[in-house]
Design a protein around this ligand. Structure first.
Ligand code: KG4
Length: 337
């Protein structure tokens, strides 16, 4: 079964064809990074306009590379939530048009569910149930994946996402957008103990996260140093800050592993590309004899192969949308509002 996936939730316009949820036949990503760089972050209005400009080309190219026409496709899957609303609407409306014109079923896909599906493509033998840490630019969640379309959130951030904190730290340290990956590179070999950061605490759920205090702490550290005329080591401060974020992610994940008696741990989302996080989670998996899965680096960021993969599982689970499908800026992964 071949699914055409379409993704436009933030700053990548993407389309892909995936067979039976696991085999990539094409995976086209048009990134807008260069156009947002001068602003230091994504400008939503510009993102929407660029999606509108490139979506036809990207979808056409994905069909061409897969050696397909629309008639060979079994369903059109599209990211409908969560994300930048104007950006999402471009993909949703395009997918609705394709579905209407071709008579192919339309399948709405939740963005974070699709990030998890990037691990199905990377690890052909991976099947639920497993514990998943979803760490992206806008979300940080500990999820029990009981089935391909059955999710239970057991931990979440109370404020900022881990990716948001890393991006903010990068920006404060003068590193270019996109922050997370540049902070990762700039911190390589840095001293993780050079600077101290508070340990985030959340009172009533030990599996919940909080990153806003860490974010404020890194801003204050840089600010105070510049007021005193002290020089900051980007490498050491970057390494110390990443260590603080990673410690929090690893600590809660370990608690979840023990609480839920897990045997398989999966990471998903843009931040799962982070080298320190990968190393520390690999150590955690070794300590508890867990099977551990990371997405292939090429699938950590936003792409449509993961949308087509999750779309396949949603489709065989019976999910369909009609021409009234709308986009939503926020939506829990359980899709129960
Ligand atoms: O999953 P994603 O592409 O977008 C959302 O769906 O939100 O994640 C983007 C996030 C950004 O915060 C970006 O800085 C971060 O992932 N990121 C990284 C790395 N690569 C991307 N963070 C840390 N280290 C990296 N190597």
């Amino acid at each position: 079964m071949k699914i055409l996936g379409i993704e436009s939730s933030c700053d990548e316009t993407a389309a892909a064809v995936v067979e039976d949820g696991r085999k990539i036949l094409s995976n086209i990503v048009s990134t807008q990074i260069e156009r947002h760089k001068i602003f230091g972050g994504v400008v939503p209005e510009i993102a929407s306009r660029l999606h509108t400009e490139s979506i036809s080309y990207v979808v056409g190219k994905s069909l061409e590379q897969a050696g397909c026409t629309l008639s060979d496709i079994d369903a059109v899957a599209v990211t409908y939530a969560p994300g930048l609303i104007g950006a999402l609407l471009v993909g949703v409306n395009y997918a609705k048009g394709l579905s209407f014109a071709s008579g192919k079923p339309l399948v709405p896909v939740h963005h974070l569910r699709s990030h998890i599906a990037s691990d199905y493509i990377t690890h052909p033998d991976l099947e639920p149930p497993f514990l998943c840490l979803v760490v992206s630019g806008g979300n940080t969640l500990l999820v029990k994946v009981n089935g391909y379309t059955d999710f239970k959130v057991i931990g979440r951030t109370r404020d900022d996402a881990a990716g948001e904190a890393l991006d903010k730290a990068a920006r404060t340290l003068g590193l270019p957008y996109p922050g997370g990956v540049n902070l990762d590179k700039a911190s390589a070999g840095g001293d993780i103990n050079a600077y101290t950061f508070p340990k985030p605490r959340v009172s009533d759920n030990p599996l919940d996260f909080s990153f806003s205090g860490l974010k404020t702490a890194v801003i204050n550290t840089v600010h105070n140093a510049s007021q005193k005329g002290e020089e900051i080591s980007v490498r050491d401060l970057g390494a110390s800050f990443q260590n603080a974020v990673v410690n929090s992610l690893v600590t809660n994940t370990e608690k979840a592993v023990i609480q839920e008696n897990c045997t398989t741990l999966v990471l998903a989302g843009g931040v799962s590309a982070n080298s320190m996080l990968r190393q520390r989670m690999t150590e955690l998996a070794k300590k508890h004899s867990l099977k551990i899965c990371f997405p292939d680096l090429s699938l950590c960021g936003d792409n449509a192969a993961m949308v087509a993969s999750q779309g396949y599982y949603e489709f065989i689970g019976g999910k369909r949308a009609d021409m009234s499908l709308n986009a939503a800026a926020t939506m829990p992964i359980t899709e129960e509002e």
